[in-house]
Design a protein around this ligand. Structure first.
Ligand SMILES: [Zn+2]
Length: 189
């Protein structure tokens, strides 16, 4: 995947018939002095979905579709204050690791829901692990990046006063996503 393809894919997901990313959303590569690297992120401060172009070579189209839908789930939660199932979100503060986990599960469910609705041949629970773990493959690319990742961990630890990961365990995320498919595919049979 290259930058041009990514932008086309992003736009495709905004346009009919999909319309699963808000038309006003914007995407850009991570600014040079950002603490983020080797990742896609829904930046609450800039309002952009940001990504590291380095990461693209480790991801295929399906994985990027999942990532973009997941980041859109974060954006909706944060800015429009609606959850994965279009219900209002009363509290979108992220002050603890638990808040962060709640936001991750919400983003996973949005990606699962939209993937099931728009790309029924793809299974989110099969695609998400590689999509999330791609930053580990990207890791050795530069020592600078390695340092940034540690700095990010320290910043999160200071912010949340905890070394607990801001992301829930992958196995739980996959399990929840699979349950969503089982419930909804069965319901429609
Ligand atoms: Zn996330």
């Amino acid at each position: 995947m290259d930058n041009d393809k990514l932008f086309r894919l992003f736009q495709k997901l905004q346009d009919p018939p999909f319309q699963c990313i808000n038309r006003k959303r914007k995407i850009r590569s991570i600014p040079k002095f950002s603490i983020d690297c080797c990742t896609f992120t829904a930046n609450r401060r800039s309002g952009f979905i940001e990504y590291d172009p380095f990461l693209l070579e480790f991801l295929n189209e399906e994985q990027i579709v999942w990532i973009l839908l997941h980041e859109e789930g974060h954006m909706r939660f944060q800015f429009e204050r609606i959850d994965w199932n279009d219900n209002p979100v009363n509290n979108n503060d992220i002050n603890t690791p638990d808040d962060s986990h709640r936001s991750e599960y919400n983003a996973d469910m949005y990606a699962a829901r939209k993937m099931l609705e728009n790309f029924p041949d793809l299974k989110a629970y099969e695609i998400m692990e590689r999509a999330v773990m791609a930053n580990c493959y990207c890791n050795p690319k530069s020592f600078f990046c390695f340092l940034k990742k540690w700095l990010k961990k320290v910043c999160n630890a200071l912010k949340f006063l905890s070394f607990e990961s801001t992301h829930p365990p992958m196995s739980v995320r996959i399990k929840k996503t699979k349950e969503f498919y089982e419930e909804n595919v069965l319901k429609n049979q």
